[in-house]
Design a binder for this molecule. Sequence first.
Ligand code: SDX
Length: 448
Amino acid sequence: MSEQPRTVTLIDEATGKRVELPVVQGTMGPPSIDISGLYRATGYFAYDPGFLSTAACRSQITYIDGEQGVLLYRGYPIEQLAERSTFLEVAYLLLYGELPTAAELADFSRIITHHTMINENLKEFFRGFYHDAHPMAIMVGVVGSLSAFYHDSTDIHDPRHREIAAHRLIAKMPTIAAAAYKHSVGEPIVYPRNDLSYAANFLQMMFAVPTERYEVDPVAERALDLLLILHADHEQNASTATVRQAGSSGADPFACVAAGIASLWGPAHGGAAEAVVRMLEEIGTVDNIPRYIARAKDKSDPFRLMGFGHRVYKNYDPRAKIIRKTCMDLLESVGQQSDPLFELALRLEEIALQDEYFLERRLYPNVDFYSGIIYRALGIPVQMFTVMFAVARTVGWVAHWMEMMADPAHKIGRPRQVYTGAGRRDYVPVELRKPAGHGPRATNGERR
Ligand code: SDX
């Protein structure tokens, strides 16, 4: 006999009214109460700012167990993919749901490789930015503009168009990222090369100059490919949820990914990678660590330990474990005895994880805590760290966008609210109004 669908019963203490709500159970993870009919059945909204207890969708792409520190891409443990896979193979897995055969991977790599160039007119965009523009600001602008160039693949109801747009985004992100960097250092933009791997191509677009041959360091290529794998997807994080939300209205994929880049930039999310290094530089020495730990614990101080804590992981972020080990291997292999910031980060972690405040809140290093150490060893400047995150996460963003768009039942995301503003009131003629002191702050000549 098929299992009876489970339900939970909600009782309104005020009226004694009972309502049964269905329970949704996935392959793994906690059961969810389907509250989509709650308002219709009870007149109540559910209230969950920050979505601490809300599953926004069904997905088959990535599974996280925050208690156990587990991360699976399409069921495969991140530790195994990190050790044995490549970024393009992981991209195929996230997009299509299965590991490719050798022939399938070769075909996919060829497709991506042949989309790495950007329209020549796009290069003019970079010249319009100040040289000191943050590269994430450039990424938001240039990626958003791709819909102006590739409108032959923006019929979002056509699965083939969706796939082409996904391939174009995965392929062009490194080219745009490297061009943003070249603009900031006043060097000519470097074209992609079809004879190189995804990671190697990025490194040569970043560091090659017309005056000499550029040889890709295989150790750097492997370290970068590993970081790309580790950052590729992470279920419904803020930027992926942003891409889904933008896509739910039918916006084109390039605009959706631009929205994801904007969300990722925040220091509470992908911007933490840059913020960690700036924090370590500010801390400077091991002697200063206790003072910064005290600040992180002080509720009156906005300072937080960047790279620490996570909404889902209440255990060590499995990606941080892998990156931490890779730091040690990489620094050794590139002949750097060590990076003083890496030493400082190790001590900071050690001291924080002996402190009750962090232990009782289960705050551990997350993916951003050590990633900057590797980027520094690769010669990537700190303001490019979140751009690296965006390059990798584009695979997750487009995989989730494709999954949502392929679901005929998907609806526009339109949350409700708890209204706490003024009650209904009538218009007041200007001559009867009194100054309320709510107007704009006095300006002090900000740059126009
Ligand atoms: C990423 O979602 C994802 O999957 C994201 C990501 C991905 O791959 O997409 O994993 C990538 O964004 C990693 C997170 C990078 N951000 C940082 O490293 C910034 C520092 N971390 C914090 O801002 C914070 O931990 C968040 C934003 C990551 C999580 O915040 P939550 O889940 O909303 O937790 P919270 O703010 O409610 O904190 C719970 C408690 C609070 O103290 P109490 O009110 O209980 O006393 O822990 C404290 C917080 O003050 N706390 C910290 C802290 N993080 C949380 N205190 C000091 N330093 C910190 N870093």
